[in-house]
Design a protein around this ligand. Sequence first.
Ligand code: SF4
Length: 743
Amino acid sequence: MSGDAPSRRDFLTYSGAAIAGITLGEAGRRWLARADERAAGWRDRGVETWATSVCRECPSGCGLRVRLVDDVPVTIEGNPLCPIARGRLCAKGMATIESYFDPDRLVGPAHRIARGGPPRWEPVPWKDAIALAADRLKRAAGTTDGIVAIAAAERGPEAEAWTRFWRAAGARVAWTPLATADRLRPSLRRLTGADADPIFHVEHATYVLSFGAPLAEDWLSGVWTQRSFGRLRRGSGSSRGRLVHIDGRRSPTARKADEWLAVPPDRQTALAYGIASVLFRENRIDRDRLAPMAGNLATFEHQLVTYYTPDNVAIETGVPVVAILRLARELVATPRPLVIVDASAADGLADAVFSLNALVGAIDRAGGLFGKADDQAPEREDATVVLRAIADGHLRPSVLVFGDSSALRVLGGPNHPEMLAERVPFVISCSPYVDEAAAIADVILPVDLPLESWQAMVPAAALGVDVVPVSKPVIARRLDTRDKGALLHSLGVAVGGAAEQACDWQSSEELVRKELKRLAGLRRGTPYVTMYETEWMQQLESGGWWASAADSDAAFAERVLAAGGWVDPFFDASYLGEALRAGRGLEFPLPEVLAPAQSAARVSGAASPVGAATSADSAFPIALIAFQPSVIAIIGNPNQPSLFELLGQPDSVPWSIWVELGSEEAKRWGISDRSRVRLISAHDSVEAVAVHVDGLPSGMAALSIVPGAQTAGRWSRLIGKDARRLWGTESPVRACAVRITRV
Ligand code: SF4
């Protein structure tokens, strides 16, 4: 380091004891500012440049344009050529730049000084950090549960390299399930037999019945969906698409809907099948169309009509019989109905939603449901299940590796990450932030930030066509972090054997250049171009024509890198129909039996599905459901002040978690709007801001979850305790019984 580099004493002064010496700190920021000043001294000041990059704050892969002044990023905006977002970004995309300037970023590799007690690390040179990690990996290879390697469920060359490397190293690889379309693929396969990601054609629907799908927030592919939602509401001609939203809370989507029905997530399956049952009872389905392609139509009908009577469903869900009848009738009275579902919905609910789409004739129809063929999509082990097995002591790996921290942030992940450190002798984190994974790591191998990286990924399916966002570094690496591809290569060399042989790359740049070569060889698609040119290319390809974008592979690669990605706008809109004709046809998954006695008996409990209004335990009379605000970082940096400022929108509860309560009930308890309350469960208690919501049923409340707040830096620590602790070790996917008191 130069003489201006921050001293260890500076770090200790500014960074706090727990992360002393390994984060940038205030002194580090001053040092970087001085370095910028010096760098600007030998060139013209105020030189402005623009570069394209890719947002990696979620798997959608929206394109970025970065404005740099003297090579320092000062503004981020959307890339208008990106076919996913067309120049727009969500709040998380806009906040990307904050990660670059985060004073609590890791400055380089570090290792934990001692286990037990408050976490303390010290900086360590890269070669020592790699040697330490490699030594533990080699020793773990022969043990019973060996190595477990975790990463976010992304696709593309980087994700494939990660899988190849860790499988070769003998690891069990698991992936964080993210709320993307591929998560719904098993349900679509159960119904149609086709291996495809569902594509919901929201913008051309005339009526959308949403089971918890956060259309106006962050559904499947955030910005793309919001654009589709805007077009649905604008409508074509005089018809404005109608939205009926079913949700356990009055979310931003519920507020924007024409109608909101408050039904907890675990009751929504019954409502979906109740609506389907009415369609059969009132003879509102096209049996002539469905019977030849659906072998078990009669059995399905019998099951629904017998058990999902409107009366049973009304008891189960709290939705009046007249409303169930009306929803079914509305669904078939409109030209292009579509039923959509939250990607993290339980399998039963997703099955019910796809079945409804089949019943109303929405498959392969404009404004309906399409399939994007994907035979190659890997089956991926669920990281939340694996981590829970480790936390419970059922799985005992010797080394646990985190590619990122998303598995510790999603609702289904372990509520107490520190238990993993107690169970696993050695934990490796590759995060560039002091986040939940780094907080339990024995060695931290921080990778470059996305703006500093070569990137090529396959985003979550949303728009049906093939897209590969691609970028090279927009800014030079500023801290002692490492390129992810190069990190795997270094580990491979140190571990040796199959792991080394698996690394047929030396850096992420090599992975990206291979991908560019592959794309050039496909002889279809184009580097990102304007909307007009994209549509022109679509017409050409539909007619069997294709125009090459460049004379050579090298020129093609440069065009793709400059534009920010590659797209093939051709889309086969008849894929599902073809698959049904060629395969086994429709097979409706049969719902569970639903009996009124069973419905009436269901009451709340910490580990069981919760009744809408009553609780068996008077000490904890409220059924609390958890949700994650769309502005919290699941992937990436959780320490972003502008996102904390947006918490609670549109009610605005900045810098705090909040609990939504029915207005009438809150008044009865003497809890005023925006007052602080304490939520108490059998396991723990947390403070939150109370927000009154009209229409929320009695006995229910909804709590925002902002995970990882205690570890990720100075701003995130202000949010307070991770509220998942109310659930003990149970998953917050289910409701929890609590009581609420004034503070
Ligand atoms: S939707 Fe995802 S990829 Fe797009 S801007 Fe938002 S966080 Fe970034």
